[in-house]
Design a protein around this ligand. Structure first.
Ligand SMILES: NC(=O)C1=CN([C@@H]2O[C@H](COP(=O)(O)OP(=O)(O)OC[C@H]3O[C@@H](n4cnc5c(N)ncnc54)[C@H](OP(=O)(O)O)[C@@H]3O)[C@@H](O)[C@H]2O)C=CC1
Ligand SMILES: CC(C)CCC[C@@H](C)[C@H]1CC[C@H]2C3=C(CC[C@]12C)[C@@]1(C)CCC(=O)[C@@H](C)[C@@H]1CC3
Length: 340
């Protein structure tokens, strides 16, 4: 196990970040290490171990005394998630922060007609802030027979957190689950009867809306056991996930316009560092003080000042409970199928 030192977990805050080898996840790790250079046991949970090694080396270059371990996990694969959770249970007695950040938006298509229509409508600001109605994706099916976006962004994380229950639930000490959701999460893209989004063209939005609902259900279930869940939106950030949407020369050309747009909507955080603001902010908050119905947004002003703002989500308790029950059924189904 790279960088693993038994005994260390007793004194330090244990933080695990999924999707930590690039973008917002990696930026968060850097920010956490700058805040608590010595007091952190940081675990980077990544699908691609080569990229994970590169990320670890980069973090160690800027924070030479940091304790950073790696964990192989593909959130879209049931067996990989179960195996990773087993490994975490062996390594740690307790987890203080679990950042559920890994995510995909495969084969994104920009609806150019809808985009230009939106440009000349009253929806222009919200279109730039949320991307609502202008992006579609083409989903795939995993070897477990699940929709890939649902499995990667939501279900793998749900299963992982459930498997780590003994490390997250303690009456004398609180733990936090922090989901990287999105302002692209829309109720209209989500259907309880099709929670994996097999039929639609917005699996990304659906998966993020499901994570908002799930976070609420987790709070209902687990707050008494000292586990708190919250969701954040990093804003629009230039990362591998968004580079895919347009050809790279177009992004370069658009950059000055994006800086300008930031004057009108602070949601254009643009850099992973800025996008990680809300994730970082929640690290410093008492979880009991957080609003389970709010999404915490990373925002960057026209002058480049970062801040976090909570906004009420369009979710309700009844729907969150129904989703939770469906996820439990799917969990027992996939475990049975994998003979677990
Ligand atoms: N960029 C943006 O504008 C926004 C991003 N977000 C969310 O932020 C989160 C981070 O994305 P971002 O930093 O932008 O994009 P990146 O593509 O840079 O990061 C995504 C991370 O998720 C990992 N990942 C993807 N699929 C899997 C998988 N099956 N198993 C394990 N890890 C996986 C990637 O690892 P690998 O190297 O193996 O691919 C990578 O580390 C995502 O949840 C995304 O939805 C939300 C709103 C806006
Ligand atoms: C071709 C045009 C001149 C410029 C097109 C710009 C769009 C591609 C972007 C404008 C708003 C962006 C946006 C996202 C993707 C790219 C845009 C649609 C997201 C949907 C990316 C993923 C998220 O989670 C959202 C928070 C982003 C919202 C804004």
């Amino acid at each position: 196990v790279v960088g693993f030192q038994p005994g260390l977990t007793k004194m330090k805050l244990v933080v695990l970040v999924t999707g930590a080898n690039s973008g917002i996840g990696l930026a968060l790790c850097g920010r956490l290490l700058s805040e608590v250079p010595e007091g952190l046991q940081l675990c980077l949970a990544c699908r691609n171990m080569h990229r994970a090694e590169v990320a670890r080396s980069a973090l160690l270059t800027s924070h030479p005394t940091a304790h950073i371990t790696l964990l192989q996990m593909d959130t879209s694969s049931i067996s990989s998630v179960i195996k990773a959770a087993q490994e975490v249970r062996l390594r740690y007695e307790h987890l203080d922060y679990l950042y559920l950040n890994a995510g995909i938006m495969p084969n994104p298509q920009l609806d150019v007609k809808a985009f230009f229509k939106g440009l000349f409508s009253s929806r222009i600001i919200s279109m730039f802030a949320t991307g609502e109605g202008i992006l579609t994706q083409q989903d795939n099916v995993t070897s477990d027979g699940l929709q890939e976006v649902f499995a990667t962004n939501l279900f793998g994380h749900f299963l992982f957190a459930r498997e780590l229950e003994p490390l997250l639930c303690h009456t004398h000490r609180s733990s936090q689950l922090i989901w990287t959701s999105s302002s692209n999460a829309h109720r209209s893209a989500f259907d309880l009867e099709d929670m994996q989004h097999r039929r639609g063209t917005q699996p990304y939005s659906s998966s993020k809306y499901a994570s908002d609902l799930l976070s609420l259900a987790l709070n209902t279930r687990y707050n008494k056991q000292g586990l708190y869940s919250s969701v954040i939106c990093p804003g629009f950030v230039m990362t591998n996930l968004t580079y895919n949407i347009l050809p790279s020369f177009l992004w370069t050309l658009l950059m000055p316009i994006f800086w300008l747009i930031r004057v009108f909507t602070h949601t254009f955080t643009l850099t992973p560092y800025n996008g990680a603001e809300a994730l970082f902010c929640l690290f410093k908050q008492k979880p009991e003080s957080l609003d389970p119905y709010a999404k915490y947004h990373s925002l960057t002003s026209g002058l480049g000042k970062n801040y976090t703002e909570p906004k009420k989500m369009d979710i309700d308790l009844e729907m969150s409970e129904l989703l939770y029950k469906k996820l439990l059924i799917l969990e027992s189904h996939v475990k049975k199928k994998n003979s677990l």
